[in-house]
Design a protein around this ligand. Structure first.
Ligand code: GLN
Length: 470
């Protein structure tokens, strides 16, 4: 997988060594060849080729944007104008979006080419890609294994070299966990860093759009473009966006990196623990100081997350009622029957489970026992991080407790599936940025991922450390 990065592509087009139309045709052909991986739901063949021609000229004339030459895939919960927006759910059906996500708008303004929409777990609920209502995506390193989820298709597309980079969304790990399983880079930016306008809501206080790429440089280039305050999303942050791509090579000497002691438990796959140790030695050799830190709330993260995200999802998903979008059940006896039948037919099993859990934890009798308690735990989790960051500039941890598992292995065991997210969900609860980086392979040849955890709005340090380890 020796692909050119975006800057090299631009240089080659400028020098006349590469033609963007040929390179886009190459990707289109490869997407067809690799259909068995289940990465794409829609491919924008015509518009991608038309754009390629225009952008190729712009690059030659020297008037092109920063992402000219880049071919980018979008998770199918991110809106592009006049494109499908299915969330891999039957209930949305063939809905066509009349508007565009801010992140996508920015990509297009920077002259990126959008090649298509990618497969995902329905409504971004899942850790394996198997909850897609259409077909599961498969791990390009071994198609008997899952690619992770919920940004399964976007990650597979990058790992199998079907595009230069992709956007995913991360509510509890959905960019970082598949990035770890597929051996690529995936970042969840700080909550508020990237506008959520045009991202279909799953759990609004946790959702973030982020980039997936197979080099730190490409990841930074895409991140650079999509970040920034947006008046269309009141939770997007006014913080200035630093020049990520220009500062990647800063030395790591003098940085203090914390390793949360509680994260290295017995349950962690030994090869992943070894990867943490070897990254630690390299960081020390590079002049960083590595210290142990405490994150005492680890045991409460999964419970807090699965209460808060289901509560928010049950509210967000109430808009799919058969009246406004896509699917509507036929011949209902009355209005209530229409709602019920549409939802019974349109939502998959996992989505129904989450809506039921969410309405339960928000119900009058259980609100205090579950929802309010989870919010309290969330505050303590934030404090845990604040305390740990007193002692370090960033943290290093595993991204996942195991490498990829076989398709079908955990599908009937939601708890095991939820435990996949043990190292990732706490960052969403605290709003912190996280970056999963590839860190070798296990004995079965499956990729291992490590997670870098940053302070709020400090994506830059994560990129610099990732670059050092790259
Ligand atoms: N696996 C987690 C879940 O199923 C994370 C999902 C996500 O980040 N979108 O909720």
């Amino acid at each position: 997988m020796n692909k050119l990065n975006i800057a090299t592509i631009q240089q080659k087009i400028k020098n006349g060594e590469l033609d963007l139309s040929e390179s886009v045709s190459g990707y289109l052909a490869k997407i067809k060849q690799q259909q068995n991986l289940g990465a794409f739901l829609t491919v924008y063949e015509q518009s991608a080729l038309a754009q390629a021609k225009k952008i190729n000229d712009k690059i030659r004339r020297g008037t092109a944007g920063s992402l000219a030459g880049a071919v980018i895939a979008l998770k199918d919960n991110i809106a592009i104008k006049r494109g499908q927006l299915s969330c891999a759910s039957k209930i949305i059906g063939n809905y066509i979006s009349p508007f565009e996500a801010t992140a996508v708008n920015k990509l297009l303004a920077a002259d990126a080419i959008i090649i298509g929409k990618t497969n995902m777990d329905e409504f971004a609920m899942g850790s394996s890609g198997e909850n897609s209502s259409l077909f599961p995506a498969k791990n390009p390193h071994n198609p008997d294994f899952v690619p992770g989820g919920s940004s399964s298709g976007s990650t597979v597309a990058v790992a199998a070299d079907l595009c230069n980079a992709a956007l995913g969304s991360d509510t509890g790990g959905s960019i970082r966990q598949p990035a770890a399983f597929c051996g690529v880079y995936g970042m969840k930016p700080t909550y508020g860093r990237v506008s959520r306008y045009g991202l279909v809501a799953f759990a609004s206080s946790l959702d973030q759009i982020g980039p997936i790429a197979d080099s730190v440089a490409d990841l930074a280039a895409v991140l650079q473009v999509i970040c920034g305050n947006d008046e269309k999303d009141s939770t997007s942050a006014p913080e200035p966006v630093p020049a990520f791509d220009a500062n990647l090579d800063e030395s790591i000497t003098g940085k203090t990196i914390g390793i949360p002691r509680q994260y290295l438990t017995e349950a962690l796959q030994p090869e992943i623990r070894d990867a943490v140790e070897s990254a630690k030695s390299r960081l020390c050799a590079g002049g960083a100081k590595v210290v142990d830190v405490e994150l005492k709330m680890l045991d409460y993260c999964i419970a807090a997350y699965y209460i808060i995200c289901t509560a928010e999802a049950s509210s967000n998903l109430s808009r799919y009622d058969g009246a406004r979008y896509g699917l509507r059940a036929e011949n209902p006896a009355d209005l209530d029957a229409m709602y019920t039948k549409t939802r019974v037919q349109g939502f998959g099993k996992e989505v129904k489970r989450r809506i039921m859990l969410g309405t339960y934890v928000l119900s009058a009798g259980y609100y205090d026992a579950y929802y309010r308690r989870a919010l309290r735990a969330r505050t303590l989790i934030c404090r845990d991080f604040e305390n740990a960051f007193q002692q370090c500039d960033l943290m290093l941890s595993p991204t996942t407790p195991t490498t990829a598992f076989k398709l079908g292995a955990n599908i009937d065991d939601p708890l095991t599936m939820y435990l996949q997210d043990i190292y990732t969900v706490s960052l969403n609860l605290a709003g912190l940025p996280g970056l999963s980086i590839p860190a070798g392979k296990d004995a079965q040849g499956l990729p291992i991922g490590l997670q870098l955890i940053g302070k709020h709005f400090d994506e830059l340090t994560l990129l610099q450390v990732a670059r050092f380890l790259e």
